[in-house]
Design a protein around this ligand. Structure first.
Ligand code: TRP
Length: 339
């Protein structure tokens, strides 16, 4: 077997919580990588509706609608359902079963100490009233990753502790049941710098209201760029300006194909004499060129819901078969095989 065939046997799993449609931060941080990985690996992308419910349990309609929206985003950016298996988490009952089994191998204190969980609890303002389902989501994510025997798990940096906990569960399971059936997963963290929000904050996110969506209209896009954070000390056009931490330049670095021109603009900006509005105008054009074809495809997909839902159905069915097969083996080592 040659190398490329081995890679095609390597299972990659990633996922998103469907709590909103996807934005440029998602594109840079994960979607671009998926478009690349689908040509190299056996890639599965999970729409994590169950995990989305851990902090959106009271708004199920929102989660439901966003399953479709996120699927439209995937296909519009070029995730190809003939190469990538897209599936819906809640339709794989084995994930819920495994979660229950794994909970025996994890202490409540260990979950409370998980840095990802800790910071999300703070960020979501749960205070003392942390839903148990939220507290244990790393265990459910361990089930997501292991039911399919994923080897590579592309995630954002903030998810690394969750993957570490997954691997602890894998080791504990294998030790406890004297098996090597579960495999440890390797987190793949994007090498590219995280895209800041339009307000200059480190993270682009729906809750911070600083995101540019793949579905934004040309007008909305232009407006968001106009209000973007630049150098607060660059007041007059003639003032020398700072390009470090200047969101407009950060975005040009990522999305403008003409790197030479970007360098020239930076030099001009630093010298003084280049107005923010000129640079922003360029960024509007650059981003519009990037988003326009995605937006067009996305609108077509949105109009054809049955086509999208059929892709999700087929991907889910394929995943179900694999889940059933792996679960037989897992139940066997846990002596949950009766008849
Ligand atoms: N927790 C991930 C996030 O918030 C989403 C997710 C759920 C996931 N299950 C997963 C990612 C399994 C990778 C593998 O981004």
């Amino acid at each position: 077997m040659n190398n490329s065939n081995q890679d095609k046997d390597t299972i990659v799993l990633t996922g998103d919580r469907p709590s909103g449609s996807l934005h440029l931060g998602h594109y840079v941080g994960s979607l671009a990588n998926r478009i690349d990985f689908q040509n190299k690996y056996n890639q599965f992308v999970m729409i994590a509706d169950v995990q989305a419910l851990t902090d959106n349990f009271a708004t199920p309609a929102k989660v439901h609608d966003n399953v479709f929206q996120v699927a439209c985003d995937y296909l519009a950016v070029g995730i190809d359902p003939t190469k990538t298996t897209i599936f819906i988490q809640s339709l794989i009952p084995q994930i819920a079963e495994l979660t229950i089994f794994y909970l025996n191998l994890v202490t409540v204190n260990r979950l409370r100490r998980n840095p990802t969980v800790k910071s999300e609890i703070k960020q979501k303002g749960f205070g003392e009233n942390v839903p148990a389902g939220f507290l244990i989501y790393p265990v459910s994510q361990a089930a997501d990753i292991t039911f399919i025997k994923a080897k590579l798990v592309p995630v954002g940096e903030d998810q690394i502790p969750v993957i570490e906990q997954t691997n602890e569960i894998v080791r504990s399971f294998n030790r406890t049941y004297n098996t090597d059936i579960l495999i440890e997963a390797q987190a793949i963290v994007p090498k590219v710098a995280r895209l800041p929000g339009t307000d200059g904050q480190a993270k682009m996110s729906k809750s911070l209201n600083n995101a540019i969506y793949l579905s934004d209209s040309a007008d909305v896009l232009a407006q968001k760029v106009k209000s973007m954070y630049t150098d607060p000390n660059h007041i007059k056009v003639s003032d020398p300006g700072n390009v470090e931490g200047n969101t407009v330049f950060t975005y040009l670095d990522v999305f403008d194909p003409d790197k030479q021109e970007v360098e020239a603009l930076k030099e001009h900006y630093k010298r003084g004499g280049l107005g923010d509005s000129v640079v922003k105008k360029r960024l509007v054009d650059v981003l519009e060129n990037f988003i326009a074809p995605i937006r067009t495809k996305r609108l077509e997909f949105e109009k054809d819901k049955s086509y999208i839902m059929n892709i999700l159905r087929l991907g889910t069915e394929k995943t179900k078969d694999l889940a059933a097969k792996n679960m037989v083996e897992i139940k066997e080592v846990m002596k949950l095989n009766y008849f």
